[in-house]
Design a protein around this ligand. Sequence first.
Ligand code: DQQ
Length: 525
Amino acid sequence: FVTNPLLRTGYHFQPPKNWINDPNGPLYYKGWYHLFYQYNPKGADWVNTLWAHSVSRDLINWNVLGLALEPSIRSDQYGVWSGSATILLDGTPVLVYTGIDRPDTPYQVQNVAIPKNKSDPLLREWVKPDYNPIIVPDSGMNVTQFRDPSTAWHIDGQWRILVGGEKGSHGQAYVYRSTDFKHWVRAKHPLHSAINGMWECLDFFPVLMQGKKGLDTSDQSGRVKYVLKSSLEKARYDYYTIGTYNSRTERYVPDDLNGDYHRLRYDYGKFYARRVLVGWANESDTVPDDIAKGWSGIHAIPRKTWLDPGGKQLVQWPIEEVEQLRRKSVSVTNKVVKPRNHFEVKGLETYQADVEVSFEIPNLERAEPFDHAFSNDAQKLCRMKGADNKGGVGPFGLWVLASANLEEKTAVFFRIFRDGHGKPVVLMCTDPTKSSLGHDLDKPTYAGFVNADVSSSGEISLRSLIDHSVVESFGAGGRTCIISRVYPSIAVGQNAHLYVFNNGDVDVKVSRLKAWEMESSKMNN
Ligand code: DQQ
């Protein structure tokens, strides 16, 4: 059943076939969005990855171009791994990427590529200057954990770039500086480091303290904070901290000094790699299944990202361009869902849909007490208290990709607890444990706390982008995001249903719900 073509996505980014992982070097040039990505042109498994290239006018409809970077020089002959794009001061885009230059150990160095023809808006051909590699690891550095150069930023006449690494058990954000983008020298100490293993796909960028406008990496005007994101190689998720950056001392200090342990995440589901914000979500089936179905990996819908007015976290929302795919819709207003009850949202196909719903928060008297032992482990709490585990206030939310008799369903929901002072603690979960009757699937429950003042607003909202085998959800306007992969065996195509459920002890009111069928986008075909 995993090879059922009805499980292939309709509007999430992917090539026509084969393996993809990290988004690489997104850039905007002469009216086109360019997206590169780790790609195996020969199959649906992670071997021989290089950079494939797609372009778009709106980040939703994509055209595939030829491969952008393939192994071709001594310093990338055994692999073209992840990296970034930077636009130089004269407008020239440059790709900086990791090359593997030895056959036996993945010895890692950093290379650049520049457009062959700058007047081509599609930037179809890239050349690798003969001064490559631009950065090699110093002696004493871990040469197999030294990769994924970030977008560069320019301050006081100098470019800076980060390269991720590992020293002992500490993740490292090494800083390299250059005036000409050719000769690079490592700063004495890293920008930041913390005790949590190899840091892949580092990202470092300023965010405005007020407003939603995005900033160029070099922009220091206005009052800004900085975001440092790393992808944890072993745990396979991204986390970030928010802090301040001093370009003279070349140091970044997180505002929350324990931030590296609290680990705010872009997304509490399968979301790995980089910003527009685009992330890679891998499959949850087996490698043989991927090879049989001929494709593996998708990218999330690009997300607009800004700093929450409280300054403590980022907020993300699907770019508005995705709304052009909305077609037929249905609405529900002011509908009460009794305890242990549910209702179906009828009148549209929901295997490819966009659903926005607002729940009125009921009285919290019946809310379960919050156990602070779980303060740093939402996922564990949600594994224990899944969607079918009856609660006080909640679990309430959506069953998506559900079969008619509910033997298959993926639950996206909230559960509200009360702390010792009577304050609400909101948990958001995606529980895929009942998503499929199929075997050999990875069905991890994902969860995060939602930092939203539900007592004063009296409401909490949820948006889910459903796309055959993807459920990408945004809680409380994008304060907590969870993307997850599921593979129903019955609830596919027109057999997929959508429900609102309440497994709590008190009534929950759907103040508004609107669901749209989504058209397929043009996806690299
Ligand atoms: N995958 C790339 C690496 C990166 C890792 C190679 C993260 O450069 O560190 O495909 O998914």
